[in-house]
Design a protein around this ligand. Structure first.
Ligand code: URA
Length: 235
């Protein structure tokens, strides 16, 4: 793939077009071992060896990040009033990255961020029924009856009942602790499912989406690239 050097670097997230142009003019970029002088030169992204400030620039068509979304961020690419999940990917601002699916502003946990539209589409497709696993603290005593209701499907005010979901009670009390696996992604689904049985979700965290499991090393707000194994099993 032939592409202009400044466009290539900007698309890979090395800076805006004008920043990258300045860096090229400042002698910070080499192509095949030779200092690049002009931003408009065309390079072959599959063959040419580019360095930026001494580091090799590698071209990957698709990038995949696992973010432990913190509460208070919105799952969007831009927002007027709140920080977005993409704002957290500080040095990796490759163009075209977007979050796969939506977590509420107050929900934490696993969020995949990628520029791979096809994989995102597959993970989100209502027909694929990809498992999503959540941990929640719930106000009210979660009971075996709730387990049975969720397994059958509950009325959350939509046209259709929810699909069978697996509810596991970790602790039942004034505040209950649960794990829930759902196979759909309706708006506020987990909160509305508990509402339908007269309870309130007071803390929600996504732990898993399909084969992708939240890395317990990641603190809220931290992210990392997916490993090759994770990408392979996802795609
Ligand atoms: N269900 C919810 O209610 N909220 C989320 O953020 C995700 C699933």
């Amino acid at each position: 793939m032939m592409i202009r050097l400044d466009k290539y670097l900007a698309e890979l997230g090395y800076g805006t077009r004008s920043q990258v142009k300045k860096d090229i003019a400042g002698g910070q970029v080499t192509v095949n071992g030779v200092q690049a002088k002009r931003p408009e030169i065309k390079i072959d992204a599959d063959r040419d060896q580019v360095t930026y400030k001494g580091d090799a620039v590698t071209f990957e068509k698709y990038e995949y990040y696992m973010l432990n979304k913190p509460a208070g961020t919105v799952t969007a690419t831009e927002d007027r009033s709140d920080p977005t999940v993409l704002d957290l990917l500080k040095d990796q601002r490759r163009k075209g990255l977007f979050p796969v699916g939506r977590l509420d502003k107050d929900t934490e946990g696993l969020l995949l961020i990628t520029n791979d539209g096809e994989t995102a589409h597959r993970l989100l497709s209502p027909r694929k029924h990809v498992d999503k696993v959540y941990y929640a603290d719930v106000r009210g005593k979660v009971t075996e009856e709730d387990v049975r209701s969720f397994a059958e499907g509950v009325d959350i005010g939509d046209e259709k009942m929810t699909m069978p979901a697996d509810l596991e009670i970790l602790e039942s009390g004034a505040i209950s602790r649960i794990r829930l696996t759902i196979r759909e992604g309706r708006f506020h689904q987990v909160k509305r499912m508990f509402q339908s049985v007269g309870k309130e979700v007071i803390y929600l965290k996504r732990l898993q989406m399909g084969s992708l499991v939240l890395d317990t090393e990641l603190k809220p707000g931290e992210y990392r690239k997916l490993t090759k194994e994770e990408v392979d099993s996802l795609c």
